[in-house]
Design a protein around this ligand. Sequence first.
Ligand code: GRF
Length: 205
Amino acid sequence: MINLGILISGRGSNMEAIIKAVRLRKIPVRPAIVISNKPEASGLKIAQKYGVKTAVVESPPVKGASWEYDVRITKVLEDNGVTSKNGLVCLAGFMRIMSPEFISHYKRRILNIHPAILPAFPGLHAQRQAIEYGVKYSGCTVHFVDEGVDTGPIILQAVVRVKNDDTEESLSKRILKEEHKIYPEAVKLFVEGRIRTDGRRTLTR
Ligand code: GRF
């Protein structure tokens, strides 16, 4: 069975959606470890409530990718069976950019969720960007992680209508509901070996 490592920085609601689906036997994967770069992340307690092992690997205050830091993350992942052969890494609100070395180590084995219909509105505050731009629809995307920011091959997307009176908060809330559906679904597709990539395209069966 594939070993799953989930990286978080905060509340961990996507992490919870994935673990819940696993516990309901909807996804054949072993949640091996949840790692946070922030000791105060509330998601850590949620993971423990579900009986999933947790670890904190505090990140340096410097922004940007750091292989030195990612080596420490890799060690914890590998020690818990999340290997480049038999692992899946899910970024779930992990507020760091991964280094190219980390990405190539886990090539096509790292997933991320982004709260917009990529390639629109990558980066931070995607929901606010969508409102300010004036789009009528936004949503969320699960994608493979590559060296860019939110640029990897897209696996699943869900669309959410933007309402006239939406605020960043209200839109984020409705998008989050969809995130909790498509992230577990994408993990299931991956662990069942149902995702094939053809260049930038993923073809699921
Ligand atoms: C989500 O909106 C996700 O799309 C983004 O960060 C947020 C994390 O929320 N990458 P949570 O920690 O999963 O609740």
